[in-house]
Design a protein around this ligand. Structure first.
Ligand SMILES: CC(C)(COP(=O)(O)OP(=O)(O)OC[C@H]1O[C@@H](n2cnc3c(N)ncnc32)[C@H](O)[C@@H]1OP(=O)(O)O)[C@@H](O)C(=O)NCCC(=O)NCCS
Length: 162
């Protein structure tokens, strides 16, 4: 997971910018924390090797937003466009729905067509464009906000998440 993440942070359009290189222990701690809080954290394996992962975190800390998650998904550079995203994203959607969340949000770099296509294929719509919010490789970058309802979404009252 660390190798996948580090690759995309260095070379790609994934949305994270970590000023300090992430360590094994950081990923372990994050994963443990998320699982303890019953936030889905999924890993895809091919031939016994980790080839991708996807997880959801609270959209915002304030309690009013507790039914909304934002997520990330990363596929190993040697396994891109070979169907891993197509496995992970619906599994993550299902896990978030089962956990009682109602909305799912992704911030996708405006130039990241693979991610936009993948998200659109699984029911995410473009909810807005945040212009020039990132600075990377010497220029400003835009972020596309993509959103999808889960289960009844906003059509029913909320029930408390356990
Ligand atoms: C975005 C990402 C997760 C997609 O996962 P993937 O395993 O490569 O995608 P899949 O092979 O399952 O393809 C699913 C769909 O995604 C889209 N897609 C994937 N790669 C694409 C590419 N190179 N160009 C255009 N669309 C692409 C297509 O719609 C594809 O459907 P298709 O197979 O019918 O063409 C992967 O490219 C990735 O990890 N990118 C780097 C990290 C990143 O940007 N993460 C997302 C941050 S928001």
């Amino acid at each position: 997971m660390l190798a996948i993440y580090s690759h995309h942070i260095r070379h790609g359009l994934g949305s994270g910018f970590d000023p300090e290189p992430l360590q094994d222990e950081d990923i372990k701690r994050r994963r443990k924390n998320m699982l303890r809080r019953r936030l889905p954290h999924l890993v895809a394996e091919r031939d016994g090797k980790v080839v991708g992962y996807a997880y959801a975190v609270p959209f915002r800390k304030r309690p009013a937003y507790r039914y909304t998650v934002k997520h990330s998904i990363y596929v190993h550079p040697d396994h891109l466009h070979s169907g891993i995203g197509r496995l992970l994203l619906p599994a993550l959607i299902e896990a978030c729905t089962a956990a009682g969340y109602r909305q799912m949000i992704a911030y996708v770099d405006a130039e990241n067509l693979p991610s936009q296509n993948l998200h659109e294929a699984f029911g995410f719509r473009r909810a807005g464009l945040l212009e020039k919010v990132g600075w990377r490789f010497g220029r400003w970058t835009d972020s596309l906000l993509m959103q999808r309802e889960l289960g009844p979404g906003g059509s029913e009252r909320a029930v408390e998440i356990g």
